[in-house]
Design a protein. Structure first.
Length: 94
């Protein structure tokens, strides 16, 4: 059986606020804390496939995101209860 996560890949350029990017790293660390070995792309793919393609739901998610205050992720981005995870490849500049 062929699995979705093993299908041919496509690179996608995503531009978003730095705090959202840091949040993705926090999610990877949370997966590591649960014993998962994963990547940023697998976490993103899991989130995209988990959401139903219902227009009202997508609109609700967009509205909620657009109303978040600038410091909404600050506390979560500094969590020290999750293990550090080093991404393979070149280190990203900040």
């Amino acid at each position: 059986m062929e699995l979705l996560w093993q299908r041919p890949r496509r690179k996608t350029l995503v531009e978003w606020p730095e705090d959202v990017d840091t949040r993705l790293s926090v999610l990877v660390r949370a997966a590591a804390a649960a014993g998962e070995q994963t990547s940023r792309s697998q976490v993103l793919a899991a989130l995209v496939t988990a959401v139903e393609a219902r227009p009202d739901l997508i609109a609700e998610l967009l509205h909620a995101y657009r109303r978040l205050p600038a410091d909404a992720l600050t506390a979560d981005n500094t969590r020290d209860d999750l293990p550090p995870v080093r991404s393979p490849g070149r280190a990203r500049s900040r």
